[in-house]
Design a protein around this ligand. Structure first.
Ligand SMILES: [Zn+2]
Length: 80
């Protein structure tokens, strides 16, 4: 029942323009975002299957062009 709300680092509120004030959470297939500084609130449908596919495509493109990009991929992978 408990919904985990977490702040999204680096996101600027479209209403009050404050940074790091946006909290996001997911419930019943909907992604919610709200601002703790103002009344901004929005909800978006989650497209679960589109996300992993997109990441795979990006990783594949990064591996192909240059060997130097491999370092970037290694840094990014644990966070993702
Ligand atoms: Zn705001």
């Amino acid at each position: 029942m408990a919904v985990q709300k977490r702040f999204i680092a680096g996101v600027i509120c479209p209403r009050c323009a404050e940074m790091d004030r946006i909290r996001a959470w997911e419930q019943h297939g909907i992604r919610y975002r709200e601002c703790v500084s103002c009344d901004f609130f929005e909800q978006l449908p989650i497209e679960d299957e589109a996300l992993p596919e997109l990441e795979t495509r990006v990783n594949r493109e990064r591996e192909e062009p240059q060997a130097s990009d491999l370092q970037t991929v290694k840094i990014l992978d644990p966070k993702a």
